[in-house]
Design a protein around this ligand. Structure first.
Ligand SMILES: CC(C)(COP(=O)(O)OP(=O)(O)OC[C@H]1O[C@@H](n2cnc3c(N)ncnc32)[C@H](O)[C@@H]1OP(=O)(O)O)[C@@H](O)C(=O)NCCC(=O)NCCS
Length: 338
């Protein structure tokens, strides 16, 4: 039987719209001082965080992802029914299954879409972005919605001062479409995983290894557990290595970049990478002071901050970087085309 093969496509993909959402309720360092033995000075000096946004009880990841998706589509001026695929990066899905992508699809009314979730913790947005871009670059789709969203407050132990100060809730959505004539869009990426670091940052129970039981609840195993120093050391080393490798492969120096948009886990991790890349400080986007670490939400939220501040404009050369649980490592080079 003879097959009629479609010609190989050579399409470039770009981010064509951005929408973000954080819940209105603010949890400040002063609020946390009343909950655990901590203080504003310690949190600010060690992490750069001053406040974070937290959902009201009953608000799930699909809810905040839906808000971000609606804003993203409205800004682009298209209907949800035009979206062909939805990818949600999250470590706090509404439930193990169905996927958060299915729930978002139904909530926004994306009647023609398929989709799935990506589990890559703090690297979930860059990883989802690449998958979405590949769906466009292959010629399979023209409109892919990529969302990074997490309700970290659902899995944070608010009696553990070493973790509860770090995280917040938030979501960001981007639309991926083919580039127009003369546009460059997504250029290249460098991703790595290293599962030897799994026990440094994880939620021990609730999966097949340790299903939920009275004992797991009593032992507070349904919360984030972290070896902060191990994560910190890995993040400082790998964020620099991955970004340097990506830039070198593309013949670019840190000083050639217009904008560095890193995952927001700790201001000190961000600044050590920026210094290694010799990036001028005004080109480094930091909003951790307002949102904390929203896991999959940080990079799109930081993109939004950069746009609002006038520090991210059409044609800018942008570097994204992330390190997260897994460990997962991501670096993305792109031209901003909005
Ligand atoms: C979590 C983190 C901020 C802790 O900072 P650190 O400088 O490593 O602090 P340590 O864990 O060594 O703790 C130092 C001291 O502060 C104390 N401490 C911890 N949390 C505290 C808090 N919220 N308030 C006050 N003191 C605190 C510790 O108990 C310790 O006290 P000790 O010296 O008496 O034992 C830091 O390790 C970090 O950012 N790690 C990476 C986290 C991350 O990026 N996670 C997400 C990855 S995507």
């Amino acid at each position: 039987m003879s097959l009629t093969l479609k010609p190989r496509q050579s399409v470039r993909a770009k981010i064509s719209s951005l929408g973000t959402y954080v819940p209105p309720r603010v949890l400040s360092n002063a609020d946390l001082e009343k909950m655990v033995d901590t203080n504003d000075q310690w949190i600010t000096e060690r992490t750069g965080i001053r406040e974070r946004h937290i959902v009201e009880k009953g608000v799930a990841t699909s809810d905040i992802a839906t808000e971000a998706a609606k804003i993203c589509l409205a800004k682009r001026g298209i209907e949800a029914s035009e979206v062909e695929a939805i990818i949600v990066g999250t470590v706090t899905p509404d439930m193990s299954f169905p996927s958060t992508a299915c729930l978002v699809q139904n909530k926004i009314g994306a009647t023609g879409a398929w989709g799935f979730d990506v589990s890559a913790a703090c690297s979930a947005f860059p990883y989802s972005l690449q998958i979405g871009a590949k769906l466009v670059e292959s010629g399979a789709h023209k409109k892919v919605l990529v969302i990074g969203a997490d309700v970290m407050s659902a899995i944070i132990d608010y009696t553990d001062r070493s973790t509860c100060i770090l995280f917040g809730d938030g979501a960001g959505a981007v639309l991926i479409e083919p580039c127009e004539e003369g546009e460059i869009g997504l250029v290249d990426f460098w991703h790595e995983i290293d599962g030897s670091g799994a026990a440094s940052l994880y939620m021990p129970a609730g999966g097949s290894a340790l299903p939920a039981s009275h004992e797991t609840v009593d032992k507070r195993q349904h919360y984030v557990h972290q070896d902060g120093q191990a994560v910190y050391k890995f993040a400082v080393r790998k964020m620099a290595e991955a970004t340097e490798a990506l830039l070198e492969r593309n013949g670019i120096k840190g000083t050639d970049l217009d904008c560095f948009i890193p995952h927001q886990a700790n201001k000190r991790i961000i600044m050590s990478t920026a210094e290694r890349l010799k990036m001028p400080e005004d080109r480094v986007i930091i909003n951790i002071d307002r949102y904390g670490n929203t896991t999959a939400g940080t990079i799109p939220l930081a993109m939004n901050t950069a746009v609002e501040d006038g520090r991210l404009k059409k044609g800018d050369l942008v570097l994204l970087a992330s390190v997260g649980a897994g460990f997962t490592v991501g670096a993305t080079l792109l031209r901003w085309e909005i």
